[in-house]
Design a protein. Structure first.
Length: 378
């Protein structure tokens, strides 16, 4: 197992993510606990010492299941991370109650790592309103009390949201967790976020290294090109080698759903094989081609917005459309749109096509808004 230095600690480069644990009959809330125990025992025996769970994973069952699975192992042999569920604004006034319950659920006296969860446009104002909600004050107090050893945050919001959070709390953040993989390096502005983290001297924790499995099921033409460059590398391996090439990355979290995935990932992280420049460039070329086939070529020139009778922020909506269409669903676009007034959402488009008449990219914007509305319903 590869290890990374973090302060005075040696952390396994591969972290055990507990968001996609094996379940029974496909039911998210019914975790296959014997299978999880087997996986955790194997992970511990093969060098994984970082385990990541959260309040809402598996409909609230991830924390207690992981607590029971880890309980049989000495507390000083693993690092446990959980998160404050700020993705639900109703939780903002319950930080003490939730934190104490999380310790109880996980059967621990402290968290090695604890995060402000899912900083995004929907909750950034509440997270920053410490006078009303006090999330920051409470969590920093728990750090002083030893209940939190290291405090950080995860972010699904855009670059500007990330910047706002760091401008307010960056001095207290010891690590930051972002969605990072070889597609989102540019698509989700992960590269810019890494550069921002560097300014604050904050190391990177990675989530969605395989983009929920999407980067495993590639078209045959892409697989052939990757095999030409590295015949002995697995397709999942390419995603992990990409991350091994980025020096700021400390922990890569993988939500492994079965024992076979766990064994394969541990095998990959037995060795460090960062990409050569030609391999990096080849992977980025494939990323660009995949995006070109699946997303609209909006450059955010904003010519369209002056002509929209509904005064829609078309570039922002198209950016969310691209994320939703490329991912094939997901929560990011719906979460972002929850903060947009109903009369400014894709469904408010009247199909007048005034925007299309001035679009340099000749995007059929009205059709995209209609399709986006339908995708959000499905």
């Amino acid at each position: 197992m590869i290890y990374r230095k973090f302060q005075d600690m040696e952390i396994s480069a591969l972290g055990f993510g507990a968001m996609r644990l094996p379940v029974i009959d496909g039911k998210e809330g019914q975790i296959d606990e014997p299978a999880v125990q087997e996986m955790v025992d194997y992970a511990m025996a093969h060098g994984i010492n970082y385990y990541d769970t959260a309040w809402g994973y598996h409909e609230g069952h991830s924390e207690p299941v992981m607590g029971r699975a880890l309980k049989k192992h000495p507390r000083d042999r693993f690092y446990l991370a959980s998160k404050f569920p700020g993705y639900d604004l109703a939780n903002m006034t319950k930080v003490r109650e939730i934190f104490e319950k999380q310790l109880e659920r996980c059967q621990v006296d402290y968290f090695d790592f604890y995060l402000f969860h899912n900083v995004c446009s929907m909750n950034i104002d509440a997270y920053l309103d410490d006078e009303q909600y006090g999330v920051y004050t409470y969590l920093t107090e728990q750090k002083k009390n030893g209940k939190i050893r290291h405090l950080g945050f995860s972010v699904h919001g855009d670059y500007e949201v990330t910047k706002r959070f760091l401008e307010a709390y960056g001095k207290d953040m010891e690590f930051g967790q972002i969605q990072l993989n070889w597609v989102d390096y540019d698509f989700q502005e992960a590269k810019r976020k890494i550069e921002l983290f560097r300014e604050y001297q904050i190391p990177v924790w990675v989530m969605e290294p395989l983009r929920g499995g999407k980067l495993v099921s590639l078209a045959d033409e892409y697989i052939e090109r990757l095999k030409t460059m590295r015949p002995d590398e697995s397709i999942p391996g390419w995603s992990f080698r990409f991350l091994q090439t980025i020096p700021e990355v400390v922990v890569t979290l993988s939500g492994m759903s079965n024992f076979e995935q766990l064994k394969e990932n541990i095998g990959i992280f037995d060795t460090e094989r960062p990409l050569e420049k030609e391999e990096w460039d080849g992977l980025m070329a494939i990323s660009g081609e995949m995006l070109q086939k699946n997303v609209l070529p909006c450059t955010a020139c904003r010519y369209c917005t002056s002509y929209c009778p509904q005064e829609l922020d078309i570039p922002s909506l198209l950016s969310l459309y691209n994320e939703h269409a490329f991912t094939g669903g997901g929560f990011i676009a719906p979460m972002a749109l929850a903060r947009v007034p109903k009369d400014k959402r894709p469904s408010a488009c009247v199909g007048c096509r005034s925007c299309e008449a001035v679009c340099p990219q000749e995007i059929k914007i009205s059709e995209a808004m209609t399709r986006f509305t339908e995708l959000l319903k499905s």
